[in-house]
Design a protein around this ligand. Sequence first.
Ligand code: SF4
Length: 351
Amino acid sequence: MCDQPRSNDLLNWYDQNARVLPWRIAPALSKRGQRADPYQVWLSEIMLQQTTVAAVKPYFLKFTSRWPDVGALAAAQDADVMAAWAGLGYYARARNLLKCARAVADEHNGVFPQELSALLKLPGVGPYTAAAISAIAFQKVATVVDGNVERVMARLYAVQTPLPDAKPELNQKAAALTPPVRPGDYAQAVMDLGATVCTPKSPSCALCPWRTNCRAFSQGSAAELPKKRPKPQKPTRYGIVYYVERADGAVLLERRPDRGLLGGMLGWPGSAWDDAPKDAPPVRAKWTTLPQKVRHTFTHFHLELTIKTAQLAQSEPVQHGTFIDRHAFRPTELPTVMRKVFDLANMPELG
Ligand code: SF4
């Protein structure tokens, strides 16, 4: 039988092995009482949802240099924030980011609340983000459970129930291990252990401070845990997008409705995405269908887009969308799927 893992063993490991991240206070400074900026903790945690640290870093640096505090972000234009978020995906996060910044500015005098109950009332802040802010920025005893932490707990206790059914049990085990001292460092330490040592495919158990306490390690079953319920297959949906360029270089774009997938983002006019999309060009023109298709995968479905292009000699009345001057249009402000359309429509051999 393995002994109960000790939080102190993990904290000692963290003191030597903490990842250096732009939103993080190093453990040596944290032990001297330096605290992370709640704005930066919140921003980084929202960006990190479903997204890797490597992808988040440049966005985090861009946001914090342009909007250095929550008041600055609250005062930003929606379109600027959506453009700055372009490429990071899961665009509802960007819309909630603005709502949350404005709620903190308007209802909390620009200061993030410390308690879980108040944090949970903020737009886009769920139990994970609330616990992260409370523990990391304010040193409150709160348990932060992400995919990394679930994996570590499932292995430490050799939990055989598949995810997501195992979540309550894993949460409860993570909470029981959370110490009253250095809760912020501890939260980051478990996440780091999962991200760098207790990795999904081949955990480096030899480097793990909890090796002697780990049931999966002693049973030789670490790589098989956590068990997961098989995911249903994703369906494929189809759509048509229209890439129109005017003789002066202006391109026809439209802002997508606030609600729904890619809500509030710029994109090319197009059909609905379903089994049999209807061809409804936004303007009268001679259309060319590109031989290549754009393929993109969202959380719940694959998408295959047919691209139709047209050149207009002069302005024509458009059904929907707005022509944007070439010098005012930045492809980097498009979400990834729309950027793929732009790249394909502008491939030299197709021009
Ligand atoms: Fe993960 Fe191995 Fe450490 Fe167990 S011993 S927690 S499986 S890295």
